[in-house]
Design a protein around this ligand. Structure first.
Ligand code: FAD
Length: 557
């Protein structure tokens, strides 16, 4: 068994930011990640990170835009922290070595992003996540942080209601390890793999959320899934909102900039939920092109495209066979971001003492029913940092606790059982069926009967999952078994999303019910909290939304 003061699960931006905070104080914190840190999905972020710097901008305006963007479901006490701490966090990152594009005065350049009333998204061409992740990773190395990579965390362990560590599977060597700690942070990212046609890395399987709900920690607002308006038609690979920030148009098959009908003021820079629905409506009503819409950046000119959107150009050529300097890019909405997650307060604390979460795995909640572009990278650094600071404080008084080795044995036995199974089902095929069902029936537009059909399918897949067989019987790098466990995680998350979406009988942000098309503040201005009962069934509770400054208003753009 290994023992450390803090275990940080996840080496994306949230995990690394928390690690820097602990390590610079000399605290014994270990990072555990199922992939090498720089392969975390944060590295794929393209467009930008928001902070109000300009003398004509204000953090209060960023605060309001985010509340409105969240369709008033975001907690205003937390959003105030997000917006007011943003500039300091970005400057701090810069001092740690993260490079941003510059403006004419030599300051940090900023581009417009959807739903923001001022151009406040700081960027590094169209690869800001890559820059931020590598910059923070350098700092983690500077502080000589121990990193266990290719370790897959399977359980959270507690002792008398306090966290006592995690169980992890060492993928390289095929053995289980208990890691005892007084504080544990899950910075395990999102669950984009629940859907087909998503922008996410293959590793984004919501493991941290699945492990948490099984350990008794509520998952909040899981019905809110963001569909990004511009993903490549054939693969779902993201085309950053930064393209529209630079001035791209959306066109239907008639060559019309249709956003004038849906968001006459904001046009292409309306928030993602609004644009994704507009696109899907155009496609459904026969004004798409082979199930897609066109994103046109030709008018920006070759020079600006090569300078500001080089990755987008290359991805379009490589994966869609289209050079955007000369032709518009076929795009469609794709699953992108998990607004919901592990319920935490604004210091990352959960209901279990010593157990924290931050980043996309957590629901603070600053994004409410719809996240604004550029606010997620910000969320990872602001709340990763705060969780790091709070854990350091917590350790000062945290007492010793027992790590129950039986937890390791339990997970080991489950793995062994699966490995020996000669069942006829294959997790890869079950995953494709689940993803396609979720896209079709719990997607951009939702309706009760379709979602009940999705629940039936999930029930069927749960049965069939008992009969998963594993072809690879080896001990080293047995990704067959790891993927089977990941599949079980997305299956559980899919059920939480679907049940929450059936329960919420209104339309708000990214959750649009064709059978309940209006927002209903009198009944539904509240968070959903999903937990498991004694028999493993999902049940729901509710909690209040923090409204400090801005009373809910109709949301138009
Ligand atoms: C293509 C793309 C572009 C984006 N662009 C932007 C943008 O421009 N601006 C913006 O604000 N947001 C953007 N986002 C969203 C943003 O990038 C993410 O929300 C954010 O980076 C998530 O960071 P994280 O640290 O929470 O998790 P991640 O970076 O996803 O890291 C998760 C970590 O958890 C580890 N992990 C997970 N499960 C386990 C397990 N069982 N055991 C061990 N380790 C585990 C992984 O190994 C990984 O290290 C984008 C997202 C995508 C997909």
């Amino acid at each position: 068994m290994l023992k450390h003061d803090v275990v940080i699960v996840g080496a994306g931006l949230a995990g690394l930011r928390a690690a820097v905070e602990l390590r610079k104080k000399g605290i014994d914190a270990v990072i555990v990640s199922k992939v090498y840190p720089t392969r975390s999905h944060s590295g794929a972020a393209q467009g930008g990170v928001n902070a109000a710097f300009d003398e004509n901008d204000s953090w209060e305006s960023h605060f309001f835009d985010t509340v409105k963007g969240s369709d008033y479901l975001g907690d205003q006490d937390a959003i105030e922290i997000l917006a007011s701490e943003a500039p300091g966090n970005i400057l701090e990152l810069q001092s740690m070595g993260v490079v941003f594009n510059r403006n004419d005065k030599g300051g940090i350049a900023q581009r417009p992003f959807g739903g923001q009333s001022f151009p406040r998204s700081c960027y590094y061409a169209d690869a800001v996540g890559h820059m931020m992740l590598h910059g923070l990773f350098d700092n983690v190395l500077k502080y000589k942080t121990k990193i266990l990579y290719e370790y897959f965390v399977t359980s959270l362990v507690t002792d008398n209601g306090k966290v006592s560590g995690v169980v992890a599977y060492d993928i390289k060597n095929g053995k289980f390890e208990g890691i005892a700690a007084k504080a544990v942070l899950f910075a395990t990212g999102g669950y984009g793999q629940v859907y087909s046609s998503n922008t996410n890395a293959l590793i984004n399987t919501g493991d941290g959320m699945a492990v948490s709900i099984k350990a008794g920690v509520p998952l909040m607002d899981m019905e809110f899934v963001q569909f990004h308006p511009t993903t490549l038609k054939s693969t779902g690979i993201l085309v950053t909102e930064g393209a529209r920030g630079e001035g791209a148009y959306l066109l239907n098959s008639l060559g019309v900039r249709f956003m004038s009908k849906y968001a006459p003021k904001a046009m292409e820079l309306a928030p993602r939920d609004v644009v994704a629905r507009a696109e899907q409506t155009e496609i459904n009503e026969g004004r798409g092109i082979g199930g897609a819409i066109l994103l046109d950046i030709r008018h920006l000119g070759k020079e600006r495209i090569m300078e500001k959107l080089p990755q987008i150009m290359q991805l379009s050529i490589d994966f869609e066979g289209v050079n955007p300097i000369y032709e518009p890019i076929p795009i469609r909405p794709g699953a992108h971001y998990s607004m919901g997650g592990i319920k935490t307060d604004y210091n990352g604390r959960t209901v279990i003492e010593g157990y924290y979460s931050a980043g996309e795995s957590a629901c603070v909640s600053v994004h409410g029913a719809n996240r604004l572009g550029g606010n997620s990278l910000l969320d990872t650094v602001v709340f990763g940092r705060r969780a790091g600071i709070d854990m350091a404080e917590y350790l000062k008084t945290a007492d010793e606790r027992k790590f129950d080795e039986k937890a390791v044995k339990r997970d080991e036995e489950a793995f062994e059982k699966l490995k020996k199974s000669s069942g006829k089902e294959r997790h890869g095929l079950l995953k494709s069926e689940l993803q396609e069902e979720m896209r079709a029936d719990v997607g951009v537009f939702r309706e009760e009967n379709a979602m009940k059909k999705a629940l039936d399918k999930i029930g069927e897949l749960k049965e069939r999952a008992r009969n998963i067989g594993i072809d690879d019987k080896s001990k080293t790098f047995n990704t067959d078994i790891v993927e089977a466990f990941e599949f079980n995680n997305i299956l559980l998350i899919a059920e939480v999303i679907t049940r929450g979406a059936i329960l919420r009988k209104e339309s708000r942000g990214a959750h649009y019910r064709t059978d309940f098309p209006e927002r209903d503040d009198s009944n539904w201005l509240k968070h959903t909290l999903a937990t498991l009962d004694g028999s493993g069934n999902i049940k729901f509770d509710f909690s209040e939304v923090s409204i400090t400054k801005f009373k809910p208003q109709p949301r138009t753009y």
